[in-house]
Design a protein around this ligand. Structure first.
Ligand code: BES
Ligand code: ZN
Length: 886
């Protein structure tokens, strides 16, 4: 936004605050919507049965939300309103002097074909679809578009006869008729819901059908709709859905409630998927899968997202959020649920490692920077910006801590209580904790700080051993660094799970004269606390934060031999990996700081040799994770001021060193596993992941033999995981030259008809860790297959480059920073939500040495000189000022 002189002016940055929450003044008992789909425009007629909310103070005017709507008609109880009876502003429709109870009739015209923001009703590859969370319904019709207004919806969809084979909305289909050349389909959803769960789809789609019999014996029709070309790619999603439905019955006692559950796959989607009641809408990337075109990682993502959206039916839809500050009530809980589901379906340790990597590499970074906010924020400008790793991942960790504090039986009783007490209501995070408190009888007052206090707690742990008394003590100091707007931090209740290892394995624990088994949870509640273990016959090695029992950073000064022992012997897979990460981190930080690290490297190589030589003895998927060096982003977060090129260099060098030193073991591991079973069993996927990790390492060596191996694998693979890893290994190897180029071209030729595979092809190039990638990224933007309006393409090229190409993005020239800013300015014109999300890597400037931080800030400042959406404005201004309203 700028005035006539061209000086940028701040958008009217209205801040919404939790403290200002008021119950709605009016309620909408029934919502009847008619959509007339025409070519070029759509008319939406609503009939809303409105009453005053008895719990609210009396108001005589009704204020509805509405944006970018053309009002065609407006009446109350069939009495048309005069122009003087109402007022329209860019965000609202206000009607004066409304009665106690009335029916509001309203018709608006909207233009879905022109909707590039992909919020509200829009078009994707010729089909109509909606995305209403969080505040998109107001772009469809005037409404009380807030989650605590729950209404019974009826939807009528009208289109020219023959225009669409599929016309869907939430709930049950009441009728489907043709009259006067028009097809009219009538839907009714018997469950009250907020407007953000409304959905409509119209298109020419094919459908995969199946059925599920619930635990109480009801038959549910399951349908997955896609474009005809993708009809053969829905079987895996269907199997995943049935697994998720069974799991939720068995683990949470939750049964599906409608007779029909529909999923629709769309190409253009800002997020992964959306849990609309009875009619989930999915990004094609999160539902389509086929062994020839989908990697194992993508299969697992489909399984997870299907489960996540399905689980929302209870944690989100039946019980929803009172206001958007409570977003983690549904997202944190549902992420915890889907992560336990995935752990049950695949390797539990690996799932935990993936979650922790995300938290450490991304959430801790967010929590330490200008965008830090609590799991339940106090304020926001644009709610779309608050679908963050803090709300999701930290929120899930908070639920996990509650589940661990209560134990499985009490946790289940508490969720049962939550689901029954609040069924059909819009509630708060506090209501959820209250159920945990009531069932367990524990005081969770201090625990609640996890919802209101931002920042990652740091635990500094020291120990001492008293051989005479046979006592071992751990002293734990906790400290949470200041975050924007929160300078004083209180001590949190931190469940710290520990075990002690002696020369012959795990030790029995005794505290306060009581036996605690071999693993115990220490409740850390004070700023400093000492725990004394008795009857300890030798100085033990502590295994700390087992299973990542709390989202905190632990500092304990491990000796190399202690780490070695944990890597080889710890019974907790996550801890083995974590000890390996610590060892690698020690080696890397010495290299980054220019110190000699030969002794540390020797231990690392020795222990890796031992693990690889005996790889058959352990979970291959876990070993594959243990081979990975800590990510650059995570390494950067360990510094006050990180030097990006130094980090990339040290990491690349160690990767090369390890490849050279472990060559024999890696090659034999590769050869042994190469012919393991195919298919999608957990075991087959685990073998592939280890085998491919070995190959990726070997390709760091400049040797034709390994390039041949990769080329053979690329040509002969019978699955996408093997084919794509070979391609990636070649493209990312600095010396593969023509072999890599040929493979890239062949891959594109073979898969150019498949948008999702083309995205992988874009991504592999945008993430290449050497050379002038920025230039190539710019060329990719002009490629025939690139489409700047499609979010998946933006993610495959621009987001992949900025988030997954540390060396390329943090090039010392700062050109990549400015490139990202320029792209964002352009994307913001069409799709503000996507633009704001792509901005995240620039908001991390505070992590880096001044040379880089200054260039990153400069790029942000160049953006602030432009006309910006509210979405991008909020992120730019908060990240530059280091303190926003969040
Ligand atoms: N409700 C969200 C989708 C959403 C987010 C819609 C923000 C509108 C704005 C959905 O349940 C979700 O969380 N999806 C995730 C995937 C999930 C597995 C964490 C997504 O889309 O990335
Ligand atoms: Zn969700």
């Amino acid at each position: 936004m700028s005035d006539i002189s061209g000086t940028p002016i701040t958008p009217v940055a209205t801040v919404t605050r939790l403290a200002d929450y008021r119950v709605p003044e009016f309620l909408i008992e029934k919502t009847h919507l008619t959509f007339e789909l025409h070519e070029g425009y759509t008319d939406v007629s609503s009939r809303l049965t409105i009453t005053r909310n008895p719990q609210s103070v009396k108001a005589d005017r009704l204020i509805l939300h509405g944006e970018q709507l053309e009002l065609l008609s407006l009446a109350i109880d069939e009495q048309p309103l005069d122009a003087g009876d109402y007022q329209i502003t860019p965000h609202n429709l206000t009607i004066r002097d409304v009665p106690e109870q009335f029916v509001l009739y309203c018709t608006t015209r909207i233009y879905p074909e022109k909707n590039t923001a992909l919020e509200g009703l829009y078009c994707s590859s010729g089909m109509y679809c909606t995305q209403c969370e969080a505040e998109g319904f107001r772009k469809i019709t005037y409404y009380l578009d807030r989650p605590d207004v729950m209404s019974e919806f009826e939807t009528v969809i009208v289109a020219r006869e023959g225009a669409f084979s599929t016309m869907l909305s939430n709930g049950n289909c009441l009728s489907d008729t043709v009259r006067d050349g028009k097809r009219i389909v009538h839907w009714h959803d018997p469950f009250k819901k907020p407007s953000y769960l409304f959905a409509l789809v119209a298109g020419n789609l094919v459908c995969l059908e199946d059925s599920f019999t619930t635990q109480s014996g009801r038959q549910v029709l399951l349908q997955i709709y896609t474009e005809a070309k993708d009809g053969d790619k829905c079987h895996f999603a269907m199997q995943s859905l049935k697994k998720a439905m069974r799991w939720d019955e068995q683990v949470y006692g939750r049964e599906y409630d409608l007779d029909r559950f529909m999923i629709v796959a769309v190409d253009d989607f800002n997020m992964g998927a959306m849990e609309n009641k009875g009619l989930n809408i999915f990004n094609t990337s999160c539902v389509l899968a086929h062994p020839t075109s989908t990697t194992d990682a993508a299969f697992q993502r489909v399984e997870r997202v299907i489960a996540h959206e399905y689980f929302h039916n209870w944690s989100g839809n039946r019980i929803t959020c009172r206001d958007w500050f409570q977003l983690s009530l549904k997202e944190g809980l549902t992420v915890y649920r889907d992560s336990e589901f995935s752990a049950d379906m695949n390797s539990r340790a690996v799932k935990r490692i993936e979650d922790v990597s995300l938290i450490r590499g991304v959430q801790f970074v967010e929590d330490a920077g200008p965008m830090a906010h609590p799991v339940r924020p106090d304020s926001y400008m644009e709610i779309s910006n608050f679908y963050t790793v803090t709300i999701y991942e930290k929120g899930a960790e908070v639920v996990r801590m509650l589940a661990n504090i209560l134990g499985p039986e009490q946790y289940r009783q508490a969720t049962d209580l939550y689901f029954s007490r609040f069924d059909g209501q819009a509630v708060t995070c506090d209501d959820f904790v209250q159920c945990m408190e009531e069932v367990s009888g524990r005081d969770l007052c201090q625990f609640r700080l996890w919802y209101s206090q931002a920042g990652t707690p740091q635990l500094h742990i020291s120990d001492s051993y008293d051989a005479d008394r046979q006592q071992y003590s751990l002293t734990v100091r906790q400290h949470t660094p200041a975050t924007p707007g929160q300078t004083e931090k209180k001590a949190l209740h931190i469940p710290l799970k520990v075990a002690l290892y002696g020369g012959n394995g795990v030790l029995a624990l005794v505290t306060d004269g009581q036996a605690r088994g071999t693993e115990t949870v220490l409740d850390i509640c004070e700023a400093q606390q000492t725990i004394v273990f008795g009857q300890v016959a030798e100085k033990p090695v502590p295994s700390l934060l087992r299973g990542f029992s709390a989202p905190v950073r632990v500092f304990y000064d491990y000796q190399l031999t202690q780490l070695r022992q944990l890597i080889l012997l710890d019974s907790d897979g996550f801890c083995r990996w974590d000890a390996m990460q610590s060892l690698m981190r020690i080696v890397l930080s010495k290299a980054i700081d220019g110190e000699d690290n030969l002794a540390e490297q020797a231990v690392l190589i020795e222990v890796l040799k031992q693990l690889l030589a005996d790889h058959a003895a352990m979970d291959a998927a876990l070993l594959a994770c243990m081979l990975d060096l800590p990510g650059e982003q995570y390494l950067a977060s360990l510094y006050d001021k990180a030097n990006p090129p130094a980090i990339s260099r040290a990491r690349a060098q160690l990767q090369h060193q390890l490849a050279v030193q472990l060559q024999t073991e890696l090659l034999s591991c590769y050869q042994v596993l190469q012919d393991s079973s195919s298919g999608l069993s957990a075991q087959a996927m685990a073998a592939r992941s280890l085998c491919n990790r070995a190959l990726a390492y070997l390709l760091h060596i400049d040797d034709e033999y390994y390039r041949d191996l990769a080329q053979q694998q690329f040509l002969r693979a019978d699955n996408m995981t093997d084919r794509f890893t070979a391609l990636k290994g070649l493209v990312h190897a600095e010396h593969a030259g023509a072999v890599a180029q040929e493979a890239l071209q062949a891959f594109y030729r073979q898969w150019q008809h498949d948008a999702l595979v083309v995205n992988m092809w874009f991504q592999v190039q945008a993430t290449r860790p050497w050379g002038n990638v920025l230039q190539e990224v710019q060329q990719l933007l002009n490629h025939e297959a690139f489409d700047a309006c499609n979010p998946n393409k933006l993610r495959a090229v621009i987001a992949a480059f900025a988030n997954q190409n540390f060396a390329g993005f943090h090039d010392s020239s700062g050109k990549a920073y400015q490139f990202l800013a320029d792209q964002i300015a352009d994307i913001d014109q069409r799709n503000p939500q996507m633009a704001a999300r792509l901005l995240t890597p620039l908001t991390h400037w505070h992590q880096f040495i001044d040379e880089h931080a200054t260039l990153m800030r400069k790029a942000l400042e160049s953006l602030s000189q432009r006309e910006l959406s509210k979405d991008v404005y909020e992120v730019v201004s908060k990240s530059l000022n280091g303190r926003g309203a969040g």
